[in-house]
Design a protein around this ligand. Structure first.
Ligand SMILES: [Mg+2]
Ligand SMILES: [Zn+2]
Length: 179
C-alpha cells in the first residue's frame, strides 16, 4: 500500500462546477481528468477525494443523491483504472437549513478534518502527498497537515493570490504530468 496520496477537490477539478452539483444530470467530467487520475495512480499515489457538499446541509439535494452520483462516478473512473481509493465528503454547514447537518464541524474545508482522517486511515506521509483544488480553501487544510505539493487547477480569478504557496495549472492533467 503506497504511503502517498493526492487529495483532490471535486467540483471544478473533477467535474464542471455548475454550483451545487447533486444529481447525475448535473455531473460532467472535465477534459483529461480520467487520464490525469490514471497517471497519478501509475506514479504511485493513492487518489483521495475531499469535497465540501454543503448542498446537503442547505437542502439542495440529499445525501443519497450524493452517494448515487459518487457510485456512478466511481464506476466510470474504474473503467479507466482511475477510481478514487477513498471519498471524504463534508455535508455540514453552520447555518444549515437541514438541522441534522447544522454544526461547526472540523471537516468543512478550509479546516483539515478530511485530510487528517485520510492521513491517519491510510498511514500517509503528508510530506510525500499532494493536494489539488480550484480554490485556496481546498489547499489550506492539506498544508496545515504538512502537505507540501499544492496545486491550484482551473482556478477561479483571485484564488492564486490567496494561495501564494501553490503552483497554478490550467487543468488536472497538466498538474499530474509534473508528479
Ligand atoms: Mg471546487
Ligand atoms: Zn463537516
Amino acid at each position: 500500500m503506497p504511503s502517498k496520496a493526492v487529495f483532490l477537490d471535486r467540483d471544478g477539478v473533477i467535474n464542471a462546477d455548475r454550483g451545487y452539483v447533486g444529481v447525475l444530470d448535473d455531473f460532467t467530467f472535465l477534459p483529461g481528468v480520467k487520464e490525469a487520475l490514471a497517471l497519478m495512480r501509475a506514479r504511485g499515489y493513492l487518489l483521495i477525494l475531499c469535497t465540501n457538499q454543503s448542498g446537503i446541509a442547505r437542502g439542495r439535494y440529499l445525501m443519497s443523491d450524493f452517494e448515487r452520483t459518487t457510485a456512478w462516478m466511481q464506476q466510470d473512473l474504474a473503467l479507466h483504472g482511475a477510481a478514487f481509493d477513498a471519498v471524504y465528503a463534508c455535508p455540514h454547514h453552520p447555518q444549515a437549513q437541514v438541522e441534522a447537518y447544522r454544526c461547526r464541524c472540523r471537516c468543512r474545508k478550509p479546516l483539515p478534518g478530511m485530510f487528517e482522517r485520510a492521513i491517519a486511515g491510510f498511514a500517509l506521509d503528508p510530506r510525500e502527498c499532494a493536494a489539488a483544488g480550484d480554490r485556496a480553501r481546498d489547499l489550506e487544510g492539506a498544508a496545515a497537515c504538512g502537505v507540501r505539493t499544492l496545486a491550484l487547477v482551473g482556478a477561479q480569478p483571485g484564488e492564486a493570490e490567496k494561495a501564494p504557496q501553490a503552483c497554478v495549472f490550467p487543468d488536472l492533467l497538466s498538474f499530474a504530468k509534473t508528479l
